[in-house]
Design a protein around this ligand. Structure first.
Ligand code: PLP
Length: 628
């Protein structure tokens, strides 16, 4: 448990069972529900679903929606906060229909709404957020069609708030609202001076992409007033970045936002809502620190700082507190889904050893290297051994190019070199001081487990922004992991790898895993992929979307679960069609080529039919490696 830090990043949803398998407790309010992940995998196999697969635990989504809303309610109660929490889920964080449906359903008792940042998301929100009491908040840049859709929603009696990101949008909204004679609800997004800390800190500060400066906010509010629409200005919005790592940034932003709200209120703009945006972070590496992949606060502390921070300023300024809106997406969705796949091979620098026995008239570099290898354990100056071995290996390559060393001698030198490095690593493990160059030996000598998935499809942020995501074997966690590994994917791209792992005392470039056993699958899970990763991936190398299973638990049998839905991933045909190919005419072309070979007698007709069927099967098949 400690080695993989499951308890630290798992948010209470994951733990290692006594049988060494990962267990899922998908409902924070009912810890009796406990699903053995291995049983889920067995069911997936029984249903004939190929890996890699996205496994969604819908109860986790539900649980997170409830946790956020209940935490706000409880904290507001404690603070005697005289208004409500009206949260919205930002669709962009995971737009999958089943995810949005589950969140909307779980959020009904709390009037939890949706946030949309584009026309397509607004069209989605219009059809899915049907609760008249919940909010739909519209961010992002907007055109005339966007405004018309928003006004249609107003006509349908929905609380849709158009958040103005730049001044010209307001002119457009006012024009169309007057033309259609529909009263909008307007929000103004403030460009904050406070900057978040972390990977998304550019969302705040003077160079922020979105929002109005203070003078633009005043100008916008006065413009609405001059058009007789001052009372449509109902919401002040700000968002200083996703994955805020340091709670101090949250406190500062609330303070700044609350001051702007209070001043506007006193200027006569009696707003109903302050929207504090997203940013509530996830502890991906379990360190509870201000690392980019962590955060130094809990959801409870975040909510307390928002609620008490707002109340304090409002009390001081003697204005009523506003209803609070927040747009947490990462915190709602990250835990609910993971990618499960299997290891399909091992790559090791020193994997192919050859016999290094002495030969008459062998090259001196071979003899030198052999003597060095035999003497490693007797010598104290490890750096000198390292330097000699490295230098001789380089010399051997040059000598080979000059036809002085043979291919077999070079292979012997390579084998002996790696034997020396393994011995050196062994000796440096207990050493008090390890010279810099030799510190890398652990990584250089580690295995690369070849994993049946694509980083670009399933974990885009690990490649794009060095996001750390927890990786854990699904089984065998009661066995000592003896192989230090990094992961490589099956794309033809050397960037397709994961070499940052969450371990006991931080983040490491290798993860201790178990030796592969022949004839037995070794399953790995990539966790916390429910936010952004699920939907941002691309089809590099034409690896398409993954098969998906949706897991629900039974209330009356806490150890049991059922797969409610299987969403098939992309077939080869699907991905080819997206790239403008015509799979059926491709199949015809290949069939014609096969028929020609049959007519030339190079294949018999039965073989021809078999090969034709095989090509068609592959077209209809999954894009990932097929395991037995
Ligand atoms: N709201 C806005 C305007 C955003 O830009 C974002 C993401 O950056 C979010 C909400 C969601 O933020 P998070 O996923 O950190 O909760």
């Amino acid at each position: 448990e400690r080695l993989y830090s499951v308890g630290r990043w798992g948010g209470g949803y994951f733990e290692i069972g006594e049988n060494g398998n990962l267990h899922v407790t998908p409902d924070l309010d009912n810890k009796d529900i406990r699903i053995d992940f291995k049983a889920v995998l067995e069911e997936i196999k029984e249903e004939g679903i190929q890996l890699p697969v996205v496994v969604r635990f819908h109860d986790i989504l539900r649980s997170q929606v409830e946790k956020l809303n209940e935490t706000f309610r409880r904290t507001m109660n404690d603070a005697e906060y005289g208004a409500q929490y009206m949260g919205v889920y930002p669709v962009k964080v995971n737009q999958m229909r089943e995810v949005v449906e589950e969140i909307v359903d779980a959020g009904k008792p709390f009037n939890y709404g949706l946030e949309a940042g584009s026309k397509a998301e607004l069209i989605t929100a219009l059809a899915y957020n049907t609760n008249e009491d919940s909010l739909t908040v519209l961010n992002g840049y907007k055109d005339e069609e966007f405004m018309r859709l928003a006004l249609l929603a107003r006509k349908l009696g929905r609380k849709v708030i158009v958040v103005i990101e730049k001044f010209s949008e307001l002119l457009l909204l006012v024009k169309i609202a007057k033309e259609l004679d529909i009263q909008p609800i307007v929000g103004l997004r403030s460009k904050m001076t406070v900057k978040g800390r972390g990977k998304w800190e550019g969302s705040g500060g003077d160079r922020a992409k979105f929002g109005l400066t203070i003078s633009e906010i005043i100008k916008a509010a006065r413009y609405l007033e001059s058009e007789g629409m001052g009372d449509t200005f109902k919401l002040l919005h700000f968002h200083i970045g996703s994955q805020l790592t340091d709670i101090r940034a949250v406190k500062e932003a609330i303070n700044e936002g609350a001051r702007i709200y209070a001043e506007l209120y006193r200027m006569g703009f009696k707003l109903d809502y302050v929207d504090v945006g997203g940013g509530l972070g996830i502890d991906y590496d379990g360190s509870k620190s201000t690392n980019d992949s962590s955060r130094n606060y809990s959801m409870e502390e975040y909510v307390a700082d928002v609620v008490f921070g707002m109340k304090e300023v409002c009390d001081l300024e003697d204005v009523p507190v506003p209803n609070l809106v927040s747009e947490s997406g990462r915190a709602i969705t990250a835990h609910h889904s993971c990618v499960v796949t299997q290891i399909v091979g091992e790559i090791r620098a020193n994997s192919a050893e050859i016999d290094t026995k002495e030969e008459d008239d062998e090259h001196i570099l071979v003899s030198n290297m052999r003597d060095l290898a035999l003497g490693v354990d007797q010598q104290d100056n490890l750096q000198e051994i390292f330097n000699d071995a490295s230098q001789w290996k380089e010399q051997a390559i040059d000598a080979f190019k000059l036809r002085v060393v043979t291919l077999e001698e070079l292979a012997k030198i390579e084998t002996l070199y790696w034997q020396i490095m393994v011995k050196l690593r062994h000796r440096t493990r207990d050493a008090e001081f390890v010279p810099e160059e030799m510190q890398e030996l652990e990584y250089t000598l580690s295995s690369q487990y070849l994993c049946n998935f694509s980083v670009f499809q399933s974990a885009a942020d690990t490649w794009a922004i060095d996001q750390v995501l927890p990786v854990v074997p699904i089984t065998r966690m009661n066995e000592r992991p003896t192989v230090n590994c990094s992961l490589v994917d099956i794309t033809c791209d050397s960037d397709g790898k994961i070499d940052q792992f969450v371990i006991e005392n931080g983040v490491s470039d290798v993860l201790p895993m178990h030796p592969l056993r022949s004839g037995e699958e070794y399953y790995l899970g990539l966790f916390l992929t429910g936010a952004y990763q699920d939907v941002m991936g691309d089809m590099h190398n034409l690896f398409g979307r993954l098969n998906e299973v949706h897991i629900f638990s039974y209330d009356d049998d806490p150890q049991d679960f059922y797969i409610e839905e299987v969403v098939p991933g992309s077939s080869v045909e699907n991905v080819l069609s997206i790239m403008q190919y015509h799979p059926s005419s491709m199949a015809q072309t290949v069939k014609r080529m096969i028929d020609r070979k049959v007519s030339e007698g190079i294949m018999n007709p039965r073989e021809g039919v078999k090969w034709t069927d095989f090509y068609e099967q592959c077209l209809a098949g999954y894009t990932y490696l097929k395991q037995k």
